[in-house]
Design a protein around this ligand. Structure first.
Ligand SMILES: [Fe+2]
Length: 210
């Protein structure tokens, strides 16, 4: 399954405004760390204070909108209303001079299993070295960046297709989140957990249903 770009109604699902409130900025692409930040690794790429702010404010600022978005957007893409979805999306900040994910990988490397469909949702313009780079065919390790604008979603098979980040030399920060869904026909309760937050990869922990 090659990656695909899909559109959504940016006015109805205005995540950007919620995120600007959380960070107290007018332009998310201009958000930069208050102090110099070491290059992130797979161990630290979810551990900055900016990530903590997102997850702390998620219930108050984003959860309701996110669930409405999942309910509206996902069924037509998956072709079913019967699916589970990542209860809290994974937040990403790709600052200039840094990466947002620590290494090129497949999500399968991190205990994720067959059946997951990954949705990558940027809230700033994403291009070149501030975007996600995905191999151009399964297993070829030949990476290209994906160019997206707010209002677009990249659907891809992150479990199998290798992807990652370059050091951002665009001068603009990329802010995004990504989440996984599994059609219930493909869902089998896993006994595995995520490698960072140690969330159980089953409905009731990492996954939820509407
Ligand atoms: Fe990934």
């Amino acid at each position: 399954m090659r990656p695909e770009i899909h559109d959504y109604d940016l006015l109805r699902f205005d995540f950007g405004s919620a995120l600007r409130r959380v960070y107290g900025v007018e332009d998310l692409a201009a958000l930069i760390p208050a102090a110099p930040m070491e290059r992130l690794t797979w161990q630290t790429d979810q551990a900055t204070e900016y990530h903590a702010m997102f997850y702390k404010e998620f219930d108050a600022e984003i959860k309701e909108l996110y669930r409405e978005f999942v309910a509206d957007f996902v069924p037509s893409i998956l072709g079913t209303k019967e699916f589970c979805f990542q209860r809290v999306p994974t937040f990403r900040l790709h600052f200039p001079g840094n990466v947002a994910v620590g290494e090129f990988h497949t999500d399968g490397d991190y205990n994720h299993e067959d059946g997951e469909v990954n949705f990558w949702v940027p809230f700033t313009n994403a291009w070149g070295t501030n975007s996600v780079w995905i191999e151009t065919a399964l297993g070829n390790s030949d990476y290209q960046p994906w160019k997206l604008a707010p209002g677009q979603v990249l659907k891809f098979d992150a479990v199998h297709w290798s992807h990652g980040n370059k050091v951002n030399d665009t001068g603009a920060t990329r802010v995004s989140f990504d989440f996984r869904c599994i059609p219930m026909t493909d869902y089998a309760p896993s006994e595995k957990r995520t490698v960072d937050a140690k969330r159980g990869l089953w409905i009731g922990d990492y996954y939820d249903v509407l």
